[in-house]
Design a protein around this ligand. Structure first.
Ligand code: SF4
Length: 766
């Protein structure tokens, strides 16, 4: 894909990188001419995408050159954001931090990062916040997307890290897609799956989704369950596996624990009972279980439909259970995938920028904290480990209550992406909260900041990042950032210098100044941990394909599959987490874990289904779910600036079924208002193949490109006006997939609605 008027002959350099618009991490080269990006091409040698790119990868790079990029720091003066020098802006940020550190202590400071920076940015952030400032209030927006993946992997296998590899999609004979629309969220992975489905030996496919997605249309069985009922369905499927003898008893006995409790739990979920809860046929559940129970190579996957529902971790653990019950892990074609959402979410977790101690260490294990302290040359007691890392929803609660008075938000837009937006706006607008935003654009959130720092983005800085099957890619710098924008790592190092952060010997806490030096320091910190990067170098990542961690002396070419020896990371000394009660979220302590004595066995966790926090009722008779379209990424700060993507999905829409449309007297394109107990959204209606009683609203459409700027002027368009402040008890991931709403016709509109027509949003004919 080259810019109009540019031919291959005009390209001066192709610069190696990978796409940062989803967790697939497709390898690509950036075309450069005259010092600017002029296109991209997929890298054919790469194991992830074999040269393919989806629409966001092909077109999204154009946002880098947008005239709306932030090019100078901004500081709020007399109520308005005005240009300032870097020294003015950073001095102000540092002096406000120092004032609060002196007056109140480190817990007055909070940091909210992202899943879209590079490993080197995150590691620098984590060391500054946890090793230098000493606050526990550090989390990423990965809390909204992959916290449950992290927790489900820890609960079952003892540590984060995807057990399988993308080649398992090539080799499986049975594929289970639960709660995600892979054709739109990870388009190139879907192309890989299509190779199989339309190839000579297609796997059988089971899809669970309340919408008629493209994968659902290709499935052998599509279970269009009521949102919020995943756990009941998964318990019934396991019920069927057990009663029909479709489990590997020897494997379960030798390599897992918890089977008896799981058996007792799922025995209460006959297909008939689950059918009633989930709103699908019992025979469909039986047939899905038969498919999952009788293949020889099973890949099971889940994502936001599970993670952003109540009982998220409980449900995600059952997906792990399916593969364990079937003895299908650690060998080709056999793996559960707790998929990621954001491109660099994995690195947020590895580097400790989501709050967990870096290197997949356990905050409750003092030896792990001592190891970190030794790497950073700080006192172990200065690293916050007195309570679980503060999760994002709690950080915002502390801001609301006033105990956090300084909040630095990096590369994320909570004024659109967090639930219950009127509340989030009221938190961010507070006078007493000093808010710093580093970003490339003046987002809805940046508009409310006290200081805005212009950040260099992908293609304008160097670093590595890791996709959802542990493949590490190097992204080289292709062009200079615009104006005075700087890489986040450099901004953070400047901040640390101004705060005078030092190690135990009085030396600067941050001992690197280039991304490569940072990577080398990070590597050493991962030695012996699940995410061992010690065998990787920037040079090794140049030229060929990305490489999967762990990569070390024992595995210099990387590791395709974890747990091939069927030894899991569950010994009490090594595990990243001692586990939780799935229903209450109560955190287990080391003594509980030691008593359980998993000793390298995987843990089958069980939980009973409970209804969602908010149920439909007379006043709000429909069930809301929010989600994505293939053409946009998050709050459209980049994809809105790529003309092809914006044209394909220009504005918000509301999706309902044909039966609901008929009952409410609504036609395709009519303007409707969706109202929940928390707010309202108005948009044209698309009548699609969605389940009856369910309303879908894409969450991409905020206000930065409207006259209103950061909030609705009249009716809202951001789906999170409707969602609720509630989260999963274990992973603390907020709930975006269930809320009770009502729908009213506001007036006639233009048919068809401006929603994509080739996707899950495809219109159905009356
Ligand atoms: S699938 Fe994801 S990583 Fe690949 S090109 Fe599309 S958005 Fe980028």
């Amino acid at each position: 894909m080259l810019a109009e008027g540019i031919s291959e002959a005009d390209v001066e350099r192709w610069v190696q990188s990978a796409c940062v618009l989803c967790s697939n991490g497709c390898a690509l080269d950036i075309a450069v001419a005259d010092g600017r990006m002029v296109g991209v091409r997929g890298r054919g040698v790469d194991r992830i995408n074999h040269g393919r790119l989806g629409p966001k990868g092909l077109y999204g790079w154009q946002a880098n050159a947008s005239p709306e990029r932030l090019t100078r720091p901004l500081v709020r003066r007399d109520g308005s954001l005005e240009e300032a020098t870097w020294d003015e802006a950073l001095d102000l940020v540092a002096s406000r931090s120092q004032h609060l550190l002196n007056e109140t202590g480190p817990s007055a400071l909070g940091f909210y990062s992202t899943g879209q920076l590079f490993l080197e940015d995150y590691y620098t952030l984590g060391v500054i916040v946890r090793g230098g400032i000493g606050t526990n209030h550090l989390d990423g927006n990965t809390r909204l997307c992959t916290a449950t993946a992290d927790y489900a992997l820890k609960e079952t296998f003892g540590s984060d890290g995807q057990p399988g590899s993308y080649t398992d999609f090539d080799e499986c004979d049975t594929l289970f897609l639960l709660g995600h629309n892979v054709a739109e969220t990870q388009t190139v992975l879907w192309m890989r799956i299509l190779d199989r489905l339309q190839g000579p030996d297609p796997p059988r496919l089971v899809v669970v989704d309340p919408r008629s997605t493209v994968p659902a249309r290709e499935a052998d069985i599509h279970l269009a369950i009521r949102n919020g009922t995943n756990l009941a369905l998964l318990n019934a499927i396991q019920h069927e596996l057990i009663v029909n003898g479709w489990i590997e008893k020897d494997f379960v006995a030798a390599h897992t624990l918890g089977f008896e409790k799981l058996r007792q739990t799922v025995m209460e979920y006959s297909p008939e009972r689950a059918a009633e809860i989930c709103g699908v046929d019992a025979d469909q559940i039986r047939e899905a279980a038969r498919i999952l129970g009788t293949g020889e190579r099973l890949v099971s996957t889940c994502l936001q439909g599970v993670y952003q529902s109540h009982q998220a971790t409980a449900s995600a653990c059952q997906v792990n259970n399916l593969n364990l019950l079937r003895g299908m892990i650690g060998k080709p074609g056999c793996a559960p995938f707790q998929l990621n959402g954001q491109p660099t979410a994995q690195n947020t977790r590895e580097c400790g920028a989501n709050g967990d101690p870096a290197g997949m260490r356990n905050w409750q294990n003092l030896d792990h904290i001592r190891e970190l302290a030794a790497h950073w040359n700080v006192d172990p007691l200065d690293i916050p480990s007195w309570s679980p890392p503060t999760h994002a929803m709690q950080i915002f609660r502390y801001c609301e209550e006033g105990s956090i008075r300084f909040l630095w938000i990096l590369c994320t837009n909570p004024a659109v992406s967090l639930p219950e937006l009127h509340r989030i706006r009221s938190i961010l607008e507070q006078e007493r909260l000093f808010m710093v935003v580093s970003d490339a654009f003046l987002t809805e959130t940046a508009q409310l900041a006290d200081v805005v720092l212009p950040a260099a983005i992908w293609g304008e800085k160097m670093g590595v990042f890791t996709n959802q099957d542990r493949t590490v890619h190097l992204s080289e710098k292709a062009v200079d950032p615009p104006g005075e924008a700087k890489p986040d790592m450099e901004i953070l190092i400047e901040y640390a210098k101004r705060l005078g952060l030092r190690d135990k010997d009085g030396q600067p806490l941050i001992k690197w100044s280039t991304p490569e030096e940072c990577f080398e320091a990070f590597k050493q910190m991962t030695r012996g941990r699940p995410c061992d990067y010690t065998g990787l170098t920037y040079d090794k990542l140049r030229g060929g394909s990305g490489i999967q961690w762990p990569c070390n002396e024992k595995a210099p070419a990387g590791t395709e599959r974890l747990y091939q020896d069927l030894r899991f990371n569950t010994t009490s000394d090594y595990t990243e987490d001692y586990g939780h009660d799935l229903l209450t979220g109560a955190s287990h302590e080391r003594k509980h874990h030691a008593e359980l004595n998993p000793a390298g066995r995987a843990i089958l966790k069980a939980a009973h289904y409970t209804p969602p926090f908010e149920s439909v009722r007379d006043e709000y008779p429909l069930l809301l779910t929010t989600g994505r379209t293939v053409y946009h990424w998050h709050t459209r700060t980049k994809t809105r600036r790529a003309p092809q993507l914006q044209e394909a999905a220009p504005e918000a829409w509301v999706e309902i079924s044909q039966a609901d449309a008929a009952a409410l007297g609504i036609a395709e394109g009519d303007l409707v208002r969706v109202t929940s107990p928390r707010g309202a959204v108005e948009a044209p209606v698309r009548i699609s193949g969605i389940r009856d009683g369910v309303v879908f609203v894409p969450f991409h459409y905020g206000y930065w490109d409207t006259d209103a700027g950061h909030e609705p002027d009249g009716s809202g368009s951001a789906a999170n006006e409707l969602t609720m402040t509630a989260w999963d008890p274990v992973s603390k991931q907020p709930i975006f997939k269930t809320a009770a709403v009502k729908l009213e016709r506001v007036g006639p509109g233009q048919a068809p609605a401006p929603a994509p027509r080739q996707t899950a949003s495809a219109p159905v004919e009356p």
